[in-house]
Design a protein around this ligand. Structure first.
Ligand SMILES: *Cc1c(COP(=O)(O)O)cnc(C)c1O
Length: 378
C-alpha cells in the first residue's frame, strides 16, 4: 500500500464509507460479464458460500445478496423478517439505530424503542427487562458497531438475553463485519446484514443478508416490497443462480477479489488486527496533539474514531477538513447530539503509513491555523 500503488489524484478515505479499495479490487472490475455467464454464476456461488463460512454458518445459514447501498439490505431485513403481526424492539444509541426506527415507520411495522446516549453502549440488562415486560415483542434489532460514534455494542450479550426470552435477533453489522468476529456458534440470530464496501473492502453497490435458513424460509410472503423481497431473491439464486434483476456484475467481481485479499490477510483476525493497529496509531498520535476521543478505549471499536472539536477559537473545522483533503486525506464530520465532533476512520485499504501520513497532515494544518492544541477543554 505505497503511495505509488494509487493514482495520485485519489485521496485516502478516512471515512465510514465509501472506502479506499486496493488497486487489484478495482482492476477486477475490468470485465463485462453477462448475468448468465457460467463464470459469473460460479463467482456468485463462491462469494455467497464464503460469506456464510465467515460466520461458521455452513448447513444452517444462507447468504442473500441485494443490490444497493447498505441501508437497502437493512430495510429488507426489517421489512421481511418482522411480520405484520410482529413487533420489533429497536436498540438505539446512534443514527443507524434511529434509521432502523424510521424504516419500521415507513413499513408501518409495530416497534418499540430502547434508547441510550450516543456515548453509551446498549445495555443487555435493560433489553431483558423490556422483553420480560412485553410479550408482544417478537424481534430485537441491534447495531453492531454504531458508526455514528464508533462505539461497540455487546451483541453477544444482547443475543443471549434475546435467546433466553425466546425472541429473534436482527443485527446491522454493516461497519463491523469482516473486522470483528461474528459466529453462529457464539450468537443466535435470525439475520445479520452487511455490505461489500466496508470492512470487506470491495466496491460499494451491494449488501448481503446472512440468515438462518429456517427463519428466512418463514419470511415467505412477508415482504411489502418487490425489490427488497429477500425470500424471492434467495429462491431465484437457488433455482437458477440468477439475481432477480440486473446484478451489479462489476461490484460482484470486485467483491470476489476483495474476499481473496481478505483471506490472504488472515480473514477476520488479520483484517481486524490491521484496523486495530490503525486505530491505535491514530488515537495515540491525535492524543499527542491534545485531541480527545469521545469514547474511552474500552468502548471504542477499531472502525472509526470520534474526536471532540478543539476549543481553541483559531480552530476552524472547514479549514481543517479542506487542509487535510488537499493533502490527500478525507475525514468525516461528526453526527452527534452530545458534543461537537469529527470522525476519522481506520477501515478500508489503509495501513499504518497512511495513518501516520494523516497525522502529519493534521499537524501541518493545525500549525497553519495557529492552533497549538487539539484539546476540547477551554
Ligand atoms: C454504513 C452503514 C450502513 C449503511 O449505510 P449506506 O450509506 O446505506 O451504505 C448501515 N448501518 C451502519 C451501522 C453503517 O455503518
Amino acid at each position: 500500500m505505497t503511495q505509488a500503488e494509487k493514482p495520485a489524484q485519489d485521496p485516502w478515505l478516512l471515512t465510514p464509507g465509501p472506502l479506499t479499495t486496493s488497486r487489484t479490487v478495482k482492476e477486477a472490475m475490468l470485465h463485462d460479464y453477462g448475468s448468465r455467464d457460467q463464470r459469473f454464476i460460479d463467482i456468485n456461488r463462491h462469494v455467497r458460500d464464503r460469506l456464510v463460512e465467515i460466520i461458521e454458518g455452513q448447513g444452517s445459514h444462507v447468504c442473500v445478496p441485494l443490490q444497493g447501498s447498505g441501508t437497502f439490505v437493512v430495510e429488507a431485513m426489517l421489512s421481511n423478517f418482522v411480520p405484520s403481526s410482529g413487533k420489533v424492539l429497536i436498540l438505539i444509541n446512534g443514527a443507524y439505530g434511529a434509521r432502523m426506527q424510521a424504516i419500521c415507520e415507513y413499513h408501518r411495522l409495530q416497534s418499540e424503542v430502547l434508547q441510550w446516549p450516543e456515548d453509551k453502549p446498549v445495555d443487555p440488562g435493560q433489553v431483558a427487562e423490556c422483553l420480560a415486560g412485553d410479550s408482544s415483542i417478537t424481534h430485537v434489532a441491534v447495531v453492531h458497531c454504531e458508526t455514528t460514534t464508533g462505539i461497540l455494542n455487546p451483541i453477544e450479550a444482547v443475543g443471549k438475553v434475546v435467546s433466553q426470552a425466546g425472541r429473534s435477533l436482527l443485527i446491522d453489522s454493516m461497519s463491523a463485519f469482516g473486522a470483528l468476529p461474528v459466529s453462529t456458534k457464539e450468537i443466535n440470530f435470525d439475520a445479520l446484514v452487511a455490505s461489500s464496501n466496508k470492512c470487506l473492502e470491495g466496491a460499494p453497490g451491494m449488501g448481503f443478508c446472512l440468515a438462518s435458513e429456517s427463519a428466512l424460509t418463514a419470511t415467505e410472503g412477508n415482504s411489502d416490497s418487490l425489490c427488497l423481497d429477500l425470500y424471492q431473491q434467495w429462491r431465484g439464486l437457488e433455482s437458477n443462480g440468477q439475481w432477480r434483476f440486473t446484478p451489479p456484475t462489476h461490484c460482484i467481481l470486485a467483491f470476489d477479489q476483495a474476499l481473496k485479499e481478505f483471506d490472504d490477510e488472515g480473514a477476520v483476525a488479520g483484517r481486524g488486527g490491521r484496523y486495530r493497529e490503525n486505530c491505535e496509531v491514530l488515537v495515540a498520535g491525535m492524543r499527542a496533539m491534545g485531541f480527545e476521543t469521545l469514547l474511552p478505549d474500552a468502548l471504542q471499536a477499531p472502525i472509526i474514531v470520534t474526536f471532540k472539536m478543539p476549543a481553541d477559537s483559531a480552530f476552524d473545522f472547514q479549514r481543517f477538513y479542506d487542509g487535510l483533503s488537499e493533502r490527500g486525506y478525507v475525514i468525516y464530520p461528526g453526527k452527534l447530539t452530545v458534543a461537537e465532533s469529527f470522525r476519522m476512520g481506520c477501515i478500508g485499504r489503509l495501513g499504518i503509513s497512511e495513518m501516520r501520513g494523516a497525522l502529519e497532515a493534521v499537524r501541518i494544518v493545525m500549525e497553519e491555523m495557529g492552533v497549538d492544541s487539539g484539546s476540547p477543554a477551554d
